[in-house]
Write a protein that binds this ligand. Structure first.
Ligand code: G6P
Length: 611
């Protein structure tokens, strides 16, 4: 949801900013821009991708060692050159980049309008920088003081960076609700929405906290809170390899991330699971084991793909731990009056750890006395820091907008938590527990086996690449997989797809089935196998085209289905980790064949930091 990058130091700023923006493009790609400061404050911006911005710059950009850049996912104002960031203030002495929304920008704009200020764009961001300028003029204060005073009067969520011709030696940054990471180098500082633009220069970072203002000069970093009290920056050392944020020979990040899954799942288990010794330890939840033992209800809050992994967890926890589980869309949860009692457990599940709706749902639950567990991929993210406890996915950076390896890692972490809880609560027989640990440890190999069928999935994709609709059916634990398969296809190929519980099909979607309707059925051998076989027959009776994901060695379904993809057998609880893989591949190949931009699908952003 908009990417921010900044630099002050001794190197040429422009290439650093452009490279950084390319790394952050997954956050939004409606338009891009940079501001460079050296004697004058020059802004270059363009609708479209960062590459369009580069092409649009005639001659060399201003040579300087201080600047900032932005890649936008539009909220206020259509994506065009004028609404692209950075924005000048009224006088053009100040410039800003902004990720988030200023909710009271309408009233601020009206007040500033009365004072004679004029605006060039439709954005809330331009209002904010002009407001900052007005305050600096009125109070005759420094840039950072102007930012601080302005933000204390602003309602909304944001991460901003501002710079000014009045003081070329600094960048001022602030955040509330949107992430901002500061990279600490030797006589140089970097700023970015996440660490990926920074990592090739330094692995020392400071995560700016909410309601903090940072002043970056070549000489040092100063952080104050919104009350102007000095804060001591805490420097984290990042363990992030540069290769993990590059395509490493794959055509797309999404394909790389799909194929990384045997490793990312193994990484997620590393040090936590050792079946031979009966070892299952999740360090992040250790301090709250009593809460897990005594829990009377568990609530999951999440969005998108992460919400689907929670649905899988619901089945597993209820089955193994016998605790009632509710799975909530974070955006809905926060706007009703949910029943949360002191000591209830709320799991917030998120790849990015920055999803605004999920964060807001957590704040609500926290205010009612719930214990918050964050299950996130991005280390140091807002959700991780808002949680009481939690577990990282350790899946490595996920850059393709459509989530793949984070989904399977979520399934693994949530399953490990379910197993741990059931063991602690004594709701699982010792033998079953050990058998499950053994089988869970084999999942990376099973996923690798499925990936060997990529060619076959590609052939099926070729047959259906022109379809206008797809139906995905599953039962039990494979129902969330059907939802996830349909979501993947919609996101990246723009084909309309619906996921449905297979038995519900007869209450509506069956009307859609004819000889043109591909129906993907996840029909692995589990306790609802006989039922799903009947559902396949219902589809075939109406001439639908069945693509079935089946357990290796299934002799029955291949006789009915038009196309089959086999996956290795595993315990029912783990099947989604395996059965989702062909669906990820299917959507990927169809999208590529349709000429879609797989890593940056239209209208989407990887990290949605606005409501
Ligand atoms: C966006 C992304 C999805 C993701 C969802 C939740 O919509 O495009 O891929 O599943 O946000 O994101 P989170 O980071 O909270 O898992």
């Amino acid at each position: 949801m908009c990417g921010i990058v900044g630099y002050i130091g001794h190197r040429d700023a422009f290439p650093i900013l452009i490279k950084g923006l390319k790394r952050l493009e997954y956050r939004g790609y409606d338009s891009a821009g940079v501001a460079l400061l050296n004697g004058s404050l020059e802004i270059y911006k363009k609708q479209g991708k960062v590459s369009a911005l580069e092409e649009s710059i005639e001659g060399s950009p201003l040579k300087t060692t201080v600047g900032m850049g932005h890649t936008r996912w539009a909220t206020h104002g259509e994506p065009n050159d004028t609404n692209a960031h950075p924005h000048y203030s009224h006088s053009t002495d100040y410039a800003i980049i902004h990720n988030g929304i200023i909710e009271n920008y309408g009233s601020l704009k009206k007040e500033l309008g009365k004072k004679g200020y004029k605006f060039r764009s439709d954005t809330d961001t331009e209002v904010l920088i002009t407001f900052i300028e007005d305050i600096i003029n009125e109070y005759d204060c420094s840039l950072e003081e102007g930012v601080r005073i302005a933000l204390s009067k602003v309602v909304g969520a944001y991460a901003i960076v501002v710079m000014s011709t009045k003081d070329e030696t600094k960048l001022v940054a602030a955040r509330k609700g949107s992430p901002l990471v500061i990279g600490v180098g030797q006589g140089e500082y970097f700023l970015a929405s996440d660490a990926t633009p920074i990592i090739e220069y330094t692995n020392e970072v400071v995560y700016l906290n909410d309601e903090e203002v940072a002043v970056l000069t070549r000489e040092g970093l100063e952080i104050k809170d919104f009350e102007a009290l000095s804060q001591t920056p805490y420097i984290h050392t990042l363990d992030l390899a540069l290769e993990s944020i590059e395509k490493s020979g794959y055509e797309h990040f999404m394909l790389k991330e799909i194929f990384e899954q045997p490793n990312s799942i193994a990484d997620c288990m590393r040090g936590r699971l050792k079946a031979a010794d009966g070892h299952l330890v999740l360090g992040g939840i250790r301090d709250y084991t009593n809460a897990l033992i005594n829990a009377e209800k568990i609530i999951f809050v999440a969005c998108g793909t992460s919400w689907h992994s929670c649905l899988v967890a619901e089945y597993i926890i209820e089955e193994l731990c016998r605790i009632p589980v509710e799975v909530e869309y974070a955006s809905e949860f926060r706007y009703r009056n949910p029943i949360i009692n002191e000591g209830d457990i709320v799991f917030a599940v998120s790849q990015s750890g920055e999803t605004a709706d999920t964060l807001a749902a957590m704040e609500l639950a926290k205010s009612k006395g719930a214990i918050l567990f964050g299950i996130v991929n991005v280390v140091g993210s807002s959700i991780a820091r808002t949680s009481h406890e939690g577990a990282y996915l350790h899946a490595g950076p996920e850059i393709g907008v459509a989530s793949t390896k984070a989904f399977t890692a979520q399934l693994v972490v949530l399953t490990m938590i379910a197993l741990k809880m059931s063991h602690l609560r004594g709701t699982i027989a010792e033998r079953r527990y050990h058998e499950m640990l053994v089988d869970l440890e084999r999942i990376p190999d099973k996923v690798a086996t499925v990936l060997k069928q990529a060619k076959k999935v590609e052939e099926i994709a070729y047959i259906f690449k022109e379809a206008h609709n797809f139906l995905y059916l599953g039962r039990g634990l494979n129902f969330p997989v059907a939802l996830e398969g349909a979501l993947k296809l919609k996101e990246i190929s723009y084909i309309h797809a619906e996921g449905y519980p297979a038995a519900e099909m007869k209450h509506g979607p069956i009307a859609l089935i004819d000889e043109n309707m591909p129906v993907v059925v996840i029909a692995t051998r589990d306790k609802s196998y006989d039922k799903i076989v009947s559902n396949i027959q219902e589809v075939k009776a109406r001439k639908g085209k069945v693509i079935a994901v089946v357990t290796e060695g299934d002799a029955l379904i291949p006789k009915m289905a038009d196309y089959i993809i086999e996956v290795p057998d595993t315990k029912d609880a783990f099947m989604p980790m395996v059965s989702v893989i062909p669906l990820q591949l299917l959507s990927y190949y169809i999208a590529v064949m349709r000429g879609c931009n797989v890593d940056q699908p239209r209208n989407l952003a990887k990290s949605v930091t606005v409501e």
